[in-house]
Design a protein around this ligand. Structure first.
Ligand code: ASP
Ligand code: MG
Length: 466
């Protein structure tokens, strides 16, 4: 069997859902399980409605709700010949959602638990439309509530799956359907605690749902259908000549996701990696494009694979003129950050200072408050973390030197070559990002780039020697 996951833009309207139906029909012989996100922007709107309700603004909340309802209801006749049941199903979901938002308006507070219950409606609504469209086209689709299959802890808004319980429930629920030649359709992102409280897996969490399903059912592969032709060498919004990546290792893709590239949900790859299930990132608007394959082995590329940019970084430096034990301070700072759920991407420890990158301004304020009585705290905002990613970056001869030469005239606030086996990261000012991305992409990621050629020659020479 295979898993086909469709992101928000791949189910954004009737036309997109028709494309999904065609893709699924072409793969029926491979026994697909379908995982769908909410329609594009719906989760954002649901969360916005939640905070608007918490501010007590009932008219604005109702208006947001109205817009969501009419968008879903209007999609039904556009998509289906017979849409009365689907319209009724959509209305029933809104009848359940409305009182939740009214309660938040009245109480003027939205707990994470309530926020998850509200966010869950996006996927529940989308799967009503998707499964109806599949059924009308003759596919024997079975709509499954993912909350009955995926069990998590109670970290509302960013819950972690409990693997044994989830694997058990996924197999028990989905295998009989597949044996009966049915096509299960479930919402991504949403899950429940063992006690049945609705949770979500964190923004972008549908990818993780797909990998969990794939892992539980030993899928042949997981397909992540999106609106771009797979993973590119860097964010195309930052640079016009990015390169398509045909294949990338699990580790490289995970490193990229961790370091800011919006390719896959960072946790997605773990279940797939554990079972060695290839993950394909494909374009539902251009399905003939081969996309990107994420897998264990990734032969034939010795150079830098991609360049990730993480925006909105603050550099926090704790320092003192007196000599002190920086290791003690560092461990306290790290414990503090860990407890706050915000571990730095890179850090540097000197005799009299500890510097870390933090991607959350609120944490910076709390950190400053905690430590400013004992040490000087300096926070520099508007920074970006640039990371070069490759399977074994330390093997690329001369990389740090070439990079630093290429950065001539650019202020580098902190750098960490070799902190990880798979990345070389450094911090620059946000304003320098486009220029730095251009220079490094030209140097390291274009077909005729000099460093790649030098390394290729080296490996040929090496191969000749051994
Ligand atoms: N709908 C959720 C979100 O927008 C989950 C997802 O799309 O993966 O974050
Ligand atoms: Mg998404």
């Amino acid at each position: 069997m295979i898993v086909m996951k469709f992101g928000g833009t791949s189910v954004e309207d009737a036309q997109a859902i028709r494309r999904l139906v065609n893709l699924v029909r072409e793969r029926l012989w491979q026994q697909p399980v379908i995982v769908s996100s909410a329609m594009a922007k719906v989760t954002d709107t649901l969360l916005q409605a939640t905070s608007t309700a918490a501010s007590g603004n009932e008219p604005a909340t109702l208006e947001l709700l109205e817009r969501l309802e009419s968008r879903h209801i209007a999609t039904a006749p556009d998509l289906l010949r017979d849409c009365s049941q689907t319209e009724a199903d959509i209305s029933a979901l809104f009848a359940e959602l409305r009182p939740l938002l009214s309660a938040i308006c009245a109480l003027r507070v939205a707990t994470p638990r309530l926020s998850d219950r509200i966010a869950s409606f996006g996927e529940r609504l989308a799967t009503v439309l998707v499964s109806a469209a599949l059924r009308e086209s003759g596919v024997n689709a079975a709509l499954i509530d993912a909350r009955e299959c995926i069990v998590t802890d109670d970290h509302f808004t960013c819950a972690a799956p409990l693997m044994d319980a989830s694997n058990q429930r996924l197999s028990a629920r989905l295998i009989p359907l597949l044996e009966a030649k049915r096509v299960p359709v479930l919402g991504g992102f949403i899950a429940a605690t063992a006690q049945g409280q609705t949770t979500t897996l964190g923004r972008g969490g549908s990818d993780l749902t797909a990998a969990l399903v794939g892992g539980a059912l030993d899928a042949e592969r997981v397909e992540i259908w999106t609106d771009v032709d797979g993973i590119r060498s860097t964010d195309p919004r930052l640079y016009g000549h990015t390169r398509h990546i045909e294949s990338i290792s699990f580790h490289e893709a995970a490193e990229l996701a961790q370091l800011g590239a919006k390719v896959l949900h960072p946790a997605t790859l773990i279940p797939a990696m554990e079972k060695n299930i290839p993950v394909y990132v494909l374009n539902s608007r251009n399905p003939l494009h081969p996309g990107t394959c994420v897998r264990t082995e990734c032969p034939g590329h010795d150079g830098v694979k991609a360049l990730a940019v993480k925006h909105g970084i603050t550099l926090v430096q704790a320092s003192t003129a007196r000599s002190f034990r920086p290791t003690g301070l560092a461990s306290e700072m790290f414990s503090f950050l860990e407890a706050d759920g915000c571990l730095p991407d890179i850090a540097s420890i000197g005799q009299t200072s500890v510097t870390v990158t933090v991607d959350n301004k609120e944490v910076v304020a709390r950190l400053t408050k905690q430590f400013e009585k004992r040490v000087n705290i300096k926070a520099e905002n508007s920074k970006a973390l640039i990371s070069l990613v490759a399977e074994d970056i330390r093997q690329i001869v001369g990389l740090p030197v070439q990079v630093l030469l290429a950065l001539d005239g650019i202020e580098v606030w902190m750098s960490s070559p070799g902190a990880s086996q798979r990345s070389f990261s450094f911090v620059i000012s946000e304003k320098d990002v486009p220029e730095v991305v251009r220079r490094l992409h030209e140097l390291l990621l274009e077909d005729n780039c000099s460093l790649l050629a030098a390394n290729a020659e080296q490996s040929v020479a090496h191969a000749a020697v051994v």
